[in-house]
Design a protein. Sequence first.
Length: 134
Amino acid sequence: MKTKHSAFNKIARAVAKFSGRPVCFVGAVLVIVLWAVSGPFFGFNDTWQLVINTGTTIVTFLMVFLIQSTQNSDTEAMQIKLDELIRAIEPARNCMLSLEELDEEELDALRKEFDILAEKARQKQDAQQHSSAG
């Protein structure tokens, strides 16, 4: 399978991967500490405050889009993998493929169905435990 990624996807993945590392967190903390320590030298003036406010706002704004992009790709890949597993397992219902396309009411109905199945399985397990204990 050929992998083809746009320049944006490559950058988004690299930034998301880097920003999730401890060294990035430490770097961010150091920037804040340096900014706070520099306060007395700038008299805690409006420009000093504006620097950190503007910087953090810009970084946060851009990171939202980069992280969302990688999250969308990861979610899509995971969904495809789950669909393949459902398709490959013989007793599984193929109608479960692409559930993410259903609306909220249809998903709620399926959730209730699985809640009922789970409750029946728990009751069956409890009954087996009581009969083997007695």
